[in-house]
Design a protein around this ligand. Structure first.
Ligand SMILES: NC(=O)c1ccc[n+]([C@@H]2O[C@H](COP(=O)([O-])OP(=O)(O)OC[C@H]3O[C@@H](n4cnc5c(N)ncnc54)[C@H](O)[C@@H]3O)[C@@H](O)[C@H]2O)c1
Ligand SMILES: O=C(O)CC[C@@H](O)C(=O)O
Length: 472
């Protein structure tokens, strides 16, 4: 593994030092004026009184957050309620503007459009954490982020039901050619037909990727009288009467409707292309609400023109635009016009998870994870760092500090860290690793304000260091 670039995070270090040294004579944990708001409305929505005794760490007003892509109000409220500085934008940003904006923020919140590549992240000198207010995390270079101590959180299943319901709607719509009939009526044409329109009862649904969405869908489809087969790289327990098949080919040969629910990975790029269309049943249907790269669109166009595929629904596309507005007009994609000209194809602008319920739930879930991480260093639910948790410190525990040391997972680190902490009472320490990265969290007592800088400087000097934070 390449040696990580040491990132200094001056803005936050100053913020922490400032809050700890603002009043040297005062106890380390004198409650700040806004103590009552700490974690209010977060976690299990405990009332403010239940959380009032928790320690507030540094001055939360120093934390800068950039929220892109119209993150839901629920999430914005939780973050502003903490006193953080929150900048909110409705759209994503072009790369040059993103690089400019990300330079001094501690936290960035995105959805699926913002690409946080290594090129962008290397400009983010103060970045502590990324919140993906969605399921997919393919838009973030997770490995780069981990190697630089930047935690990434998402919402793994808050929109799964919304996607599954959309797919159910699409299965029936395709079977009945609803899109075409509706379009014809809008244009003034009465076209009452039953040829090649079907009930879904008794048909076979083939689900590729039997995770959160695929398994929800399985239950709903069976309730409509469909038989369900699924293919997944993992062996997974079937729900209801669904049946796992051993290969993708087997699924394609059996299914009347094929629906895709896999993540974007190198293995899933063009997972469904010419060869796979050839294996599908004559007159079958394809639905893609996963990622735009999973289906080879020119191959789909050919398969639909030949009548092999009787209908398709696409919710996701390559090169999705940064904001609402023109897409197919002046499209980067040479196939755009051909796709629009097909019959019985439903095209939607990546709205699978776009329901009030899902967006509200995602806002709460991701914002709470960010607050836990920023204020307490808890990584529970992180997709790229080891998951480490410890209870919150309370006002009854004066002169404590929480030390977080993110480091390369090499032998001998714990001994060196404990030599540094040895002069204090280590109340609790937890350490875990994920691949090359390890995360250590220690609560120490008998800490004076002037000790904090020394502890941080000593940890920063270790060769294994990726990032050091001292909270409280
Ligand atoms: N359209 C939308 O608005 C929308 C909303 C949410 C999620 N999504 C997309 O849907 C995807 C699936 O979501 P989920 O919550 O069900 O994810 P999940 O992680 O719960 O399930 C994905 C499943 O795919 C399987 N898988 C991975 N690679 C595979 C392969 N090559 N072949 C077969 N199976 C494979 C995994 O083992 C897993 O069981 C997400 O990654 C995201 O990209 C889209
Ligand atoms: O809301 C979004 O932009 C993404 C929705 C979906 O693709 C997800 O990954 O959760």
């Amino acid at each position: 593994m390449a040696a990580p670039r040491e990132i200094s995070r001056p803005a936050l270090s100053e913020a922490v030092s400032h809050s700890l040294s603002a009043s040297p004579a005062a106890p380390l944990h004198s409650p700040p004026a806004s103590q009552g708001s700490f974690l209010a409305g977060s976690f299990a929505h405990r009332p403010a009184t239940a959380t009032a005794k928790q320690l507030k760490p540094f001055n939360t007003g120093d934390i800068k957050i950039l929220l892109l892509e119209n993150v839901n109000q629920t999430g914005r409220d939780i973050l502003t309620g903490q006193g953080y500085q929150v900048e909110f934008l409705k759209t994503s940003l072009p790369e040059d503007e993103l690089i400019e904006k990300i330079k001094d923020v501690h936290v960035i919140g995105i959805r699926s459009k913002t690409k946080l590549t290594a090129k962008v992240l290397q400009e983010a000198k103060n970045l502590l954490v990324i919140g993906c207010f969605c399921i997919g995390t393919n838009q973030v270079d997770l490995e780069y982020a981990a190697r630089h101590g930047i935690a990434v959180f998402n919402s793994p299943f808050a929109n799964s039901r919304s996607v599954a319901e959309l797919v159910i709607a699409e299965i029936i719509s395709l079977a009945r050619q609803l899109g075409d009939r509706s379009l014809e009526m809008h244009r003034g044409t009465w076209n009452k037909v039953s040829a090649k329109c079907w009930e879904v009862r008794g048909k076979t649904l083939g689900i590729v990727g039997y995770g959160h969405i695929g398994s929800q869908l399985s239950v709903l489809a069976e309730a409509m009288g469909m038989s369900v087969v699924y293919y997944d790289v993992l062996t997974l327990m079937a729900i209801g009467s669904a049946r796992q098949v051993p290969t993708l080919d087997k699924l394609l040969e059996e299914a009347d409707f094929v629906t895709l629910h896999v993540p974007e990975t190198p293995e899933t790029k063009n997972l469904i292309s010419t060869e796979q269309f050839a294996r599908m049943k004559n007159g079958s249907y394809l639905i893609n609400a996963s990622r735009g790269t999973v289906v080879d669109i020119p191959a789909l166009i050919k398969a639909m023109r030949s009548g092999k595929i009787a209908g398709a629904a696409l919710d996701v596309f390559p090169n999705e635009p940064a904001a609402n507005g023109d897409y197919f007009v002046n499209s980067l994609n040479s196939w755009a016009e051909d796709l629009r000209g097909l019959n019985n194809i439903i095209l939607t602008p990546h709205i699978g998870g776009s329901t009030e319920e899902a967006q509200r739930a995602i806002g709460v879930e991701v914002a709470e994870a960010l607050v836990r991480y920023i204020n307490q260093g808890i990584t529970l639910g992180s997709v790229n760092l080891p998951e480490v948790t410890m209870r919150s410190l309370t006002l009854e525990e004066p002169n404590h500090a929480r030390v977080i040391y993110i480091h390369r997972n090499v032998p001998g680190v714990l001994r060196k860290v404990n030599e540094i902490l040895a002069e204090h009472n280590v109340d609790k320490q937890i350490s875990d690793s994920k691949g090359d990265i390890a995360y250590l969290m220690a609560d120490i007592s008998d800490v004076k304000t002037e000790d904090i800088k020394e502890i941080r400087d000593s940890l920063d000097a270790l060769s294994s260091r990726i990032m050091t934070r001292v909270l409280y």
